[in-house]
Design a binder for this molecule. Structure first.
Ligand code: SAM
Length: 506
């Protein structure tokens, strides 16, 4: 056996699995299964199957998931940098499949970092509705935000909050909630020896306490009729059927939606056989536990802090005309802002640059950029954090008092000279047709890698794709084949590289 398992873990598993234990233990001598999940925000499944330079074998429980062969290195390809797929452990793709997300839903992913399941939810939403992705660990929210940006999510908010504070801000608000709970990680022993070292007999009980608190908070944030999926990558019954049985005992309005014992999923242990288990000796995956719960009562629906109890719970996001004007109501007001009007200071602290621009002035600069570069105006609630502008699926008031890492889709930054600098996440979520200037670099060519390394490229003007009337000089949406990857700035045959340093190919 390649992995040295803790003795008390093996004994527990032997008691749990009985005659199946030997088959289970043998899997620790095998190589872990690896997979990719196609990011259908960017490319359909058949599209990646045609393009992928590695073999893809379907994962039975996830229509967008595929096993990759050992040594395939899918992270070392320009298509990975274009966000066409997410590298994910195959059994970890199962919980979101059971969450039943539909475009337009309001979804909360409570324990979301580094974002494997959040990016899967974002793909299911197809840009409609909203995703609130949260993690208690501030450091881990950086990777979460980056992964959501890489996949091109336009309607995701990233929070760094406790589940209790989220439930207080959004009571009965979400259609679907995922709790991919912190756990003792017994299903990760084959992939990550640190998990083995950190495990001792007291570990499952320690996590069960945390899981109870998270479940209770999630229950308050879920709409009546809503679905809550609870998952772990551990085997201990106390963190799985135990946590769910205790939750159900105190929450009679919830019931289990049977998921276990069907297809590839084994039933959970009594008293909850309707929950699902993925076992490494039965499926090609590291193992997972999943409980699907439905809230049945009609109490406390659809309210949100900061909204009147009898009013609409969520105002519609403003729609913008294709005119270059957004929230700015009068042109003279905007120009006053651009020439030194006082900043309103409504959101967060202002940087040095923003001190000379009013909020209206900043919005005017952005609207002008959007009209020239995109030819259309992205939808959402505009939220300014200092001089940084986001389009959010939520109104600003809904996030007041919450530790917000990303209030929405990052549009860019307004400089004090009134120039708008487009953000990298704006680019990664665009299609080439949504930018008036774009450039395609061949996925298998050397230029794509040069761009991803941050190099300047020599590009004749006739290689740029320009909308009617667009001049070649300016920001260009750089694409790998047809898939956006970042910005470049073109002038006189040279493409200055705007790919951020922290994202580069190394
Ligand atoms: C199993 S990991 C989540 C993996 C993630 N869902 C994915 O698919 O990439 C559990 C996460 O829960 C976070 N966490 C731990 N305690 C938490 C709490 N009380 N509330 C919210 N998140 C918590 C951890 O920081 C960790 O990132």
């Amino acid at each position: 056996m390649a992995v040295q398992l803790p003795r008390s873990f093996s004994e527990r598993m032997r008691d749990l699995l009985g005659r199946e234990y030997e088959a289970f233990a043998e899997t620790y001598g095998e190589i872990p299964h690896t997979g990719v999940r196609v990011n259908t925000l960017k490319i359909p499944v058949e599209g990646l199957q045609r393009l992928a330079p590695f073999r893809m074998e379907p994962i039975p429980w996830c229509p967008t998931g595929f096993y990759t062969a050992e040594g395939a290195r899918p992270g070392k390809h320009p298509y990975y940098h274009a966000g066409l797929y997410y590298i994910q452990e195959p059994s970890a793709m199962a919980p979101v499949e059971l969450l039943g997300v539909m475009p337009g839903d309001r979804v909360l992913d409570l324990c979301a970092a580094p974002g494997g399941k959040s990016t899967q939810i974002a793909a299911k939403l197809q840009g409609r509705g909203m995703l609130v992705s949260n993690d208690l660990n501030a450091e881990r929210t950086k990777a979460l935000a980056k992964n959501l940006e890489l996949c091109g999510a336009r309607n995701a908010v990233v929070l760094n909050e406790s589940p209790e504070r989220i439930a207080a801000a959004f009571p009965g608000f979400f259609d679907r909630i995922l709790i991919d709970a912190p756990c003792s990680g017994e299903g990760m022993f084959r992939k990550d020896e640190d998990m083995v070292r950190q495990w001792d007999e007291s570990t499952p009980a320690k996590y069960a306490g945390m899981q109870r608190d998270i479940l209770q908070a999630a229950a308050r944030a879920l709409k009546p009729g809503g679905t809550l999926v609870y998952s772990t990558c551990t085997f201990s019954p106390e963190e799985n059927e135990g946590s769910i049985a205790e939750f159900l005992a105190g929450h009679s309005q919830f019931s289990v939606v049977p998921a276990g014992g069907t297809g590839f999923f084994s039933p959970g242990f009594p008293p909850l056989p309707g929950t699902a288990r993925l076992w490494p000796h039965k499926v090609k995956g590291e193992g997972h536990f999943i409980a699907v719960l439905r809230r049945e009562d009609a109490e406390g629906a659809d309210t949100m802090a900061g909204t009147p109890p009898d009013g609409p719970s969520l105002p519609a996001a403003p729609r913008r005309e294709n005119s270059g004007r957004t929230v700015v109501s009068r042109k003279d007001k905007a120009q006053e802002g651009r020439s030194g009007g006082r900043a309103s200071g409504r959101n967060g602290s202002r940087g040095r640059n923003a001190a000379v621009l009013s909020e209206d002035g900043m919005m005017a600069a952005y609207a002008e950029f959007a009209a020239e570069q995109l030819g259309w105006q992205p939808e959402g609630f505009p939220i300014l954090f200092g001089e940084h502008l986001y389009m959010s699926p939520l109104p600003r008031e809904a996030l007041d008092g919450l530790k917000t890492v990303r209030p929405g889709w990052y549009m860019g930054q307004v400089r004090n000279n009134g120039r708008f600098i487009p953000g990298h996440p704006l680019a990664t979520a665009l299609t080439p047709q949504e930018s008036r200037r774009s450039l395609s670099l061949a996925g298998e060519g050397a230029e794509a890698v040069s761009y991803l390394k941050g190099e300047t490229l020599s590009i004749p003007a006739d290689r740029l794709r320009l909308a009617p009337g667009a001049a070649p000089k300016g920001y260009v949406l750089v694409c790998i084949d047809e898939y956006s990857v970042g910005w470049g700035k073109w002038q006189d045959g040279m493409l200055k590289n705007e790919y951020p340093a922290g994202w580069r190919w190394t």
